[in-house]
Ligand binder design. Structure first.
Ligand code: 6PG
Length: 239
C-alpha cells in the first residue's frame, strides 16, 4: 500500500491523470491493451476532464477498454448514472476502443448477470479477470464501488458482479465483487474533501471491523495506492 497526499484537489487530479496515462502506456506496451475500471461519484470528474483535455494525443485510446466498478439502477442518461458522468467528461471526447457499460436500466440481477457475462467474454477466462487498473473512491461511510457497510455483496466470492441491496439508500446497486477488484494489477483510490477524513483515518489506521468500512477489504497484490488531498488526509497520523 502507498499513500500520497496532494495539497489541493487540482493537484490530485493532475497526478491521477498522469498515473492513468503511465499505466495505460505500460499495459499497452506489455499486453497490447489497457482494461481500466472507472469509478463513479464526483471525485474522478476532474481527473477524467484532464485526461480528455491534455491526454488526447498522449494515450493510444484505441487500445483502451473501459469498464465500470459499479452503477446505479438507472438508465444511461439519468443524472445519477456513472456512465453519463464519465461520458460527458471523458468518453465522448476520446476515441476509446470500447466502452463496456453496466446496463443500469435492467432489473439489477439481470444487469449484474449480463455484465459478468460481458466480462467473461472479454477476458476469456473462468479464473479471475485481471484489470490493468481499477479506479475507486470512498464514501464518508467507508463504502467503495457499491460495496456498502454490512451489505450482502461483501460476502460474495463466487461471482464477478452482483446486484447489492443498499437499504440505507433504499435502492439496489450493481457492483464488482471484492475478489475481482483484488485481482486487478493496480487499484487506485482517489479521495478528497474533509467529509472523507474520518472514514479515511479508520480505513488506513483504525481497527474497526472491515464489514463496517468495506474499503478496508480492497487488498490487491502489493496493496492499493491511495491518492488523497490534504483535507481528506487531515486526520491521518504521520505518514
Ligand atoms: C458511486 C461510486 C462510489 C463513489 C464514492 C465516492 O457510484 O457513487 O463508485 O463508490 O466512488 O461514493 O463518491 P464521491 O466522489 O461523489 O464522493
Amino acid at each position: 500500500m502507498s499513500v500520497h497526499v496532494y495539497s489541493s484537489s487540482e493537484e490530485l487530479a493532475e497526478a491521477a491523470a498522469r498515473e492513468f496515462a503511465a499505466k495505460a502506456e505500460e499495459a499497452i506496451e506489455e499486453r497490447g491493451h489497457f482494461a481500466v475500471v472507472l469509478a463513479g461519484g464526483s471525485t474522478p470528474e476532474a481527473t477524467y476532464g484532464i485526461l480528455a483535455r491534455d491526454y488526447i494525443d498522449r494515450i493510444d485510446w484505441s487500445k483502451v477498454y473501459v469498464f465500470f466498478g459499479d452503477e446505479r439502477n438507472v438508465p444511461p442518461h439519468h443524472e445519477d448514472s456513472n456512465l453519463k458522468m464519465a461520458s460527458e467528461v471523458l468518453l465522448d471526447h476520446v476515441p476509446v476502443g470500447n466502452v463496456h457499460r453496466i446496463r443500469g436500466e435492467l432489473p439489477p440481477d439481470e444487469a449484474a448477470e449480463a455484465y459478468e457475462e460481458e466480462l467473461r467474454k472479454f477476458f476469456q477466462t473462468e479464473d479471475v479477470p485481471r484489470f490493468d487498473l481499477v479506479l475507486l473512491g470512498i464514501g464518508a461511510d467507508g463504502h467503495t464501488a457499491s460495496l456498502f457497510p454490512e451489505t450482502p455483496a461483501l460476502e460474495v466470492h463466487d461471482r464477478w458482479v452482483v446486484a447489492n441491496p443498499v437499504p440505507r439508500l433504499n435502492t439496489t446497486r450493481i457492483t464488482l465483487t471484492i475478489p475481482i477488484i483484488n485481482a486487478a494489477l493496480a487499484v487506485y483510490f482517489l479521495v478528497e474533501g474533509e467529509d472523507k477524513a474520518e472514514a479515511l483515518r479508520e480505513i488506513l489506521e483504525g481497527d474497526a471491523n472491515p464489514r463496517a468500512y468495506p474499503a478496508k477489504l480492497i487488498q490487491p497484490h502489493g496493496g492499493p495506492k491511495w491518492m488523497v488531498d490534504q483535507s481528506a488526509a487531515s486526520l491521518l497520523g504521520e505518514l
